[in-house]
Design a protein around this ligand. Structure first.
Ligand code: CA
Ligand code: CA
Ligand code: CA
Ligand code: CA
Length: 301
């Protein structure tokens, strides 16, 4: 191979390598630029959003109840700043000068608040808010303050059964000690303001036949009827009892329902004739189909 040819090949290779290095340097520089933009944005945002504040207020407070004072909590003077509620309406309002947060005409109902409807038992309920603060002296852009208000439960709901009359069907041949589930009541409040206990009231005719036990299943109380004595539908086929549910609030709330027990039939009676012996007279020339006598079955007792 001539030496000029090999020199040209070498120059071409060198140029290709330089081009390649240049392209990868460009690619690296674009990646670095993107990262720098992200870091800048992050620093910018974190400078504008300060620490999260948590307040507490009991649900259903009247309008204009003070929840918290942002100026004093943030160590800001109560003049020269403009406070504006960005998130939290219609439940909250903010005083533009002091940053005090108040309740409004729209009551904060813990049981209907969107974020608290599907909480697990015992979980706290929070209302989120955001307030922007503008320093009127400096003329700089607003800072954003994020906060959460824990809405404390009030015992403002009475535990209730699904219907004022509950029905249970119990076969008459049920053995003593058998348990029958009674439909549970519900209480929209949580924790100790929820259902605490059930109680059964019976008349004297049912006192020796029925009793109540309340089972505990994780966080739910399950009322169960216990059969204490022998039932006989032919003697009595229904009983009206009263079941009461009470919550653990202070003061407690309670309600009750009629628990109607229907005793259903079992085949516990042998069919019988009314008499053990029947006699009839029949003329010898009686036609076919002539009535001889009538037998009767005993009416069941
Ligand atoms: Ca409520
Ligand atoms: Ca409540
Ligand atoms: Ca309650
Ligand atoms: Ca019977």
């Amino acid at each position: 191979m001539p030496s000029s040819y090999s020199h040209r090949v070498f120059l071409l290779a060198e140029e290709g390598y330089r081009l390649m290095m240049c392209q990868s340097a460009n690619a690296m520089w674009s990646r670095w630029s993107a990262m720098l933009v992200w870091i800048f944005l992050l620093l910018c945002c974190s400078a504008n959003v300060v620490n999260t504040i948590i307040y507490q207020v009991t649900e259903e407070q009247p309008p204009n109840t003070l929840i918290g004072s942002l100026a004093s909590d943030q160590g800001l003077p109560d003049t020269g700043h403009l406070y504006k509620l960005e998130v939290g309406a219609p439940y909250l309002r903010v005083d533009g000068k002091t940053g005090d947060i108040y309740t409004t005409e729209t009551p904060i109902d813990r049981e209907t608040l969107k974020d608290c409807r599907n909480l697990f038992e015992g979980d706290p309920c929070f209302l989120e808010f955001e307030v922007s603060i503008t320093d009127l002296m400096k003329g700089t852009g607003p800072r954003l303050i994020e906060g959460r208000i824990e809405i404390l439960d009030e015992n403002d709901n009475t535990p209730q059964f699904s219907s004022p009359v509950l029905t249970l069907s119990i076969p008459e041949n049920t053995h003593v000690g058998a348990l029958f589930a009674i439909p549970v009541a519900t209480d929209r409040d949580s924790g100790s303001n929820g259902i605490a206990d059930y109680a059964l009231t019976t008349g004297p005719e049912a006192a020796n036949l029925f009793s109540l036990q309340v089972a505990q299943d994780s966080d739910e109380k399950l009322p169960q009827l216990i059969v204490l004595g022998n039932l006989d539908r032919e003697q009595r086929d229904s009983y009206d009892l009263n079941i009461k549910v009470v919550d653990g609030g202070s003061p407690p709330r309670q309600s009750s329902a009629l628990l109607r027990i229907t005793i259903t039939d079992a085949n516990d009676n042998v069919p019988k004739f009314e008499k053990s012996h029947y006699e009839g007279e029949l003329p010898e020339n009686s036609p076919v189909g002539h009535s001889v006598l009538q037998v009767m079955r005993q009416v069941s007792q």
